[in-house]
Design a protein around this ligand. Structure first.
Ligand code: GN1
Ligand code: MG
Length: 371
């Protein structure tokens, strides 16, 4: 169905002027829609939810409804009490003309419209220590916002998400059952090197799952995808103002969010770098992130929460590299690609970053201990 026909089913004042592709997400299709009337302009974000990834888009819309309701109330209460040094924001779901949260097109795809955080931007890579510190503050503040939310209000949107043992199983199955995957590995030295990299870390890969099973770590609400381009920075003040992309908010380990934000923010080369020589772990950026995060969330981290932060920092790039590599071998079915081999290269970047973290274990643990 034409995008304009979709968008016009939502309750927005003004006439639709244009829709343009927006952002660099790997999963959903995202557009910016501009509406105008004689006096004003409204800019909104339109998204088609990826059904291959999210098997039950209605569930993620119900989750988003509940999460935003909880956070908006808390944000308003904090603002009224004058508790914050800034205006923290969170996108709102725009209702359909019928009062719903989404529309379903004739193909069965789910579309939603959400508000855009104006006068703010998200970047694809770390810009400066100040930027990274603000990203840490935004994630810490988000954890504070959702910390007291009833877990029953959210249904797991993506069973198996961030469960590394499951990704390992999927990878093994792909290699076992798919002839093309086997050929891809035997045809390239680089692919074989990545396969070895995975094999050498199989035991480490389950460290957080073990800690959860033994009761050392417990689940809290997490964001699930706190990478640099999901963190909005205020254009006027340079301060963090909102976390966006709320599809994966659910009970999980906050350590995973911590590791995910760090793997994205402390590698200044970004996820798509082709020259592995440029991929590195920047300790200065890491210290800045921790400072920002701890100022907002330090208070609720227990000693055992803290004990697993290093493992999480090492684990998330390993896990993401494994996910990219598995998807490359399976024919790029999960992460969108613009050219063949892109998921292989994304895996190379994450594994290089994981190595850089391993090489700096002592320094990273040192910084964590001083927090
Ligand atoms: C995916 O769609 P996007 O770009 O926000 C992925 C994350 C990865 C990220 C890597 C639901 O996020 O887990 O870290 O790509 N999201 C999902 O760029 O799998
Ligand atoms: Mg996402």
């Amino acid at each position: 169905m034409d995008l304009a026909l979709i968008v016009n089913q939502f309750n927005v004042k003004g006439r639709l002027v244009t829709t343009v592709p927006f952002g660099n997400g790997n999963i959903n299709d995202t557009f910016l829609a501009v509406f105008r009337n004689t006096f004003t302009e409204t800019q909104l974000i339109v998204q088609k939810v990826n059904r291959t990834v999210f098997a039950a888009p209605e569930t993620i819309m119900r989750n988003m409804h509940n999460v935003t309701l909880h956070c908006h109330e808390k944000l308003e209460a904090d603002a009224a009490a004058g508790r914050d040094d800034r205006v923290w924001q969170m996108p709102r779901i725009v209702k359909t003309k019928g009062g719903g949260d989404f529309v379903t097109d004739e193909k069965g795809d789910v579309w939603r419209v959400i508000t855009r955080i104006l006068s703010a931007h998200a970047f694809d890579t770390a810009q400066s220590p100040e930027h990274v510190l603000e990203c840490g503050a935004a994630l810490g503040h988000f954890h504070y916002l959702v910390a007291d939310m009833d877990h029953a209000l959210v249904t797991n949107p993506l069973p198996g998400f961030h469960v590394t043992s499951g990704y390992l199983r999927q990878y093994d199955e792909t290699l076992d059952k798919c002839t093309v995957a086997k050929e891809l590995v035997s045809a390239s030295m680089e692919a074989r090197r990545l396969a070895r990299f995975i094999d050498e870390r199989r035991d480490f890969a389950v460290c957080l799952e073990r800690a959860e099973a033994s009761g050392e770590l417990r689940q809290r609400m997490f964001h699930g995808d706190p990478k640099v381009n999901n963190i909005m920075i205020d254009d006027f003040t340079g301060k963090g103002t909102a976390m966006i992309d709320l599809d994966t908010v659910a009970p999980g380990l906050v350590q995973i969010d911590f590791g995910d934000a760090i793997r994205s923010l402390c590698n200044p080369a970004g996820e798509e770098e082709l020259n592995l020589g440029k991929v590195t772990f920047d300790e200065g950026l890491f210290s800045a992130f921790c400072k920002g995060y701890m100022a907002e969330a330090g208070a609720f981290l227990t000693d055992s929460d803290r004990a697993y932060l290093y493992d999480a920092i090492r684990l998330v790039p390993f896990e993401l590299g494994l996910r990219f590599f598995q998807d490359y071998l399976a024919g790029d079915v999960y992460f969108k690609v613009r050219q063949p081999g892109q998921n292989l290269n994304r895996a190379r970047v994450q594994f290089r970053l994981c190595e850089a973290i391993e090489a700096r274990e002592r320094q990273i643990r040192g910084i964590l201990e001083r927090l």
